[in-house]
Design a protein around this ligand. Structure first.
Ligand code: C2O
Length: 655
């Protein structure tokens, strides 16, 4: 036994080196731009950003950038191959966690990863193989995680289990209906309270216990693990993993609560923030004596404050009615006009070996991200609990928030057109690990999560008031001219307006340059640029026109939001168009980053790099710009102006 073990170890060292040689050339272009971010934009880096950069001091230190220019942990076999001198890596590693990790990886390499034709799968870069993302080995956990800004560090490593079984779809569960949290009967509230009370009372070591459940979110969102054997952060946000991972997370959380109160009919409620009946914090979470209460919420946003789905991290001065109207337009954008293809809704593909955070879908950016930050307490170091991923799962409202996201997935599929589940086998076969209601570790497949009725639940049918809430177009919104038949503009008047508008666009665009002509990609204030269209498509065609903001880079642990507008002409030269909201026809979409810890890059900076894609066919049509050769974009950063954002390039693609 010992002979074969040492043989496989020495073989695997050679394999690791080959793997590195192959994969480093594939990923070289990306780290290069990371480097330019950290060097050329030094002057723009705020003290907060520097602080963020030095966070996670307690985590295993990462090595310097090697010849492949990709930072890898100093203790990994890959880095041993990188540093030609070899060096004494043991000094750099957490003595317990990482030495164990190394052994484990070597064993995996030598034994179980002999795949097709007897070749170890690591001989080829995983990304080139295009395989589904596999869950991390729970033994290989980075701890502790330092949330920064003075918040105590957390250990969100999940309990390790030696047996993993494949999840089987439930056969004995009754069909359950998740209800709107604003409309649940008092008998339900009593059950829900009792279930949470029991959840909090479970022994701390029980994987189902309240804190352990919160840790599940922290563990898979804050770089506690890497994608098996790759030294790449394991991340379930900002990609196509977002919807299905959270669906499974809720499923097991719900089953655990149901089991604790011995009631298989129990479901989580959903926070229907997009509706005329659910736009405040649900009152069931407000009672400080209830087990559903959480003190770490924004005191300004207690009921009856109206939720601001387009939250700019500062209080809006709009009336409640205006906020609700704006919320509806935003929902229309995210659910109807801007997510006509699966990738626009679900987010970008993410396969084994890919860099994390390739890009979020419409809903994940907002309202998902904005409601997180709106709910958390800005007086806490990192807007805990809901405002940052490591602590979000501590607030029972998290699950109601995500239940609504999960419901919107169902609603979106019912809206027709190309709105269907993804069919890529690397999506369907991606797997996750969860502890089930019996505290057993199970492996689940995304493909088993697409039909909620197979998981024995559905949603209360509620009206989706935003379905037709398109913003009013510029050529018909002036009530002074609405004297034509049926209250619309008179055709002659509409023609005049249209021409005036075209003339305005022409003048506005004449003063603009393309994005690539800018000196740097940094966006620290409002920016305008011209975008040339390679060809014209119509919104009702099969093709959707997509505006891509390529290589958006932000510090992963900062709350970030910026808005993108199309042909937003500033009429009166007072340069106040950054006061514009999401309820104008020019609004195209927003990028949102909910703070989370990422794996440190190079000198310890944790940078999130994503593509931000916006479906704009319908916006162009609403603006009467679908036949133009080009259009203007305005990028408006929200929140703190000192937070750096950088964008590589802006281009158009079709899907
Ligand atoms: Cu995993 Cu709302 O976040």
């Amino acid at each position: 036994l010992s002979l074969s073990l040492s043989l496989s170890l020495s073989v695997s060292m050679g394999i690791a080196a080959q793997h590195l040689a192959l994969s480093s050339s594939l990923i070289r272009d990306n780290p290069a731009s990371f480097l330019s971010y950290s060097t050329s934009s030094q002057a723009l880096i705020s003290p907060a950003f520097r602080r963020a950069a030095s966070k996670r001091a307690g985590a295993p230190r990462l090595g310097t950038l090697g010849p492949g220019r990709w930072p890898v942990p100093a203790s990994s076999p890959i880095s041993a191959a990188l540093h030609e001198s070899g060096g004494d890596n043991s000094n750099n590693a957490d003595p317990v966690e990482l030495n164990g990790a190394l052994d484990r990886r070597q064993l995996l390499l030598g034994s179980s990863s002999l795949g097709i034709a007897g070749l170890p799968s690591l001989l080829l870069p995983q990304s080139a193989l295009g395989s589904p993302v596999q869950p991390p080995d729970l033994k290989l956990c980075t701890t502790p995680i330092d949330p920064g800004n003075g918040a105590p560090s957390v250990n969100c490593c999940l309990p390790v289990s030696t047996t993993i079984t494949d999840f089987k779809l439930p056969t004995n569960l009754p069909m359950r209906t998740r209800l709107s949290a604003h409309q649940v009967p008092s008998s339900y509230i009593a059950k829900y309270n009792q279930a949470y009370k029991l959840l909090r009372e479970l022994p701390a070591s029980d994987p189902r216990q309240y804190s352990q459940q919160a840790n599940v979110h922290c563990a898979f969102c804050d770089a506690a693990y890497d994608v098996n054997g790759t030294q790449i952060e394991y991340q379930v946000h900002n990609s196509w993993l977002f919807f299905p991972w959270h669906r499974w997370y809720l499923y097991f959380h719900e089953r655990i609560l149901a089991t604790l109160i011995k009631d298989d009919t129990f479901t989580l409620p959903f926070w229907n923030w997009d509706s005329a009946t659910g736009y405040t914090l649900p009152p069931i979470y407000n009672d400080s004596k209830s087990s559903l209460y959480n003190a770490n919420r924004n005191p300004l946003h207690r009921t009856p404050a109206v939720v601001d789905l387009n939250y700019n991290f500062t209080e809006s001065n709009s009336s409640a009615a205006a906020l609700l109207a704006a919320n509806n337009t935003l929902m229309y954008r995210q659910m109807v006009s801007n997510s006509k293809t699966p990738s626009l809704f679900f987010g970008q593909s993410y396969r084994q070996g890919d860099e994390p955070n390739p890009g979020a879908g419409t809903i994940e950016n907002l309202p998902h991200g904005t409601v997180h930050v709106w709910t958390g307490n800005p007086a806490n170091p990192n807007d805990e609990d809901m405002g940052t991923f490591y602590s979000a799962g501590r607030d029972p409202i998290f699950h109601a928030h995500h239940s609504n996201i999960d419901r919107l997935w169902e609603v979106w599929k019912s809206l027709g057109g190309r709105r269907q589940d993804l069919t890529d086998s690397d999506y369907l076969n991606a797997t996750f690990l969860f502890y089930d209601e019996n505290a057993k570790l199970v492996r689940v497949r995304i493909g088993d999560a697409l039909d909620t009725t197979k998981l024995a639940y559905k949603y209360q049918d509620v009206p989706n008031g935003w379905l037709n809430a398109a913003p009013r177009s510029r050529t018909s919104s002036d009530t002074a001219v609405n004297f034509g038949p049926g209250g619309g503009p008179h055709p002659a008047m509409a023609g005049r307006l249209r021409e005036k508008l075209k003339e305005k666009y022409r003048k506005f665009k004449a003063g603009l340059k393309e994005f690539k002509e800018r000196a740097s990609g940094n966006i620290d204030k409002k920016e305008r640029a011209l975008v040339k269209r390679p060809r014209k498509v119509r919104a009702d065609d099969f093709d959707e026109e997509i505006l891509v903001l390529e290589g958006v880079r932000v510090a992963s642990d900062e709350k970030i939001k910026f808005d993108v507008y199309i042909n937003l002409v500033d009429d009166d030269d007072d340069d106040d168009d950054d006061k514009v909201g999401c309820d104008v026809p020019e609004y195209a979409g927003s990028f949102v980053n909910v703070p989370h810890m990422g794996m440190k890059m190079g000198e310890g900076r944790s940078v999130r790099k994503s593509n931000f894609r916006i479906g704009i066919g319908e916006v162009l049509k609403e603006l009467d710009a679908e036949d133009d050769d080009d259009f203007a974009i305005t990028i408006v950063p929200r929140g703190k102006p000192s937070v750096p954002i950088s964008i590589d390039n802006v281009r158009i693609e079709y899907e």
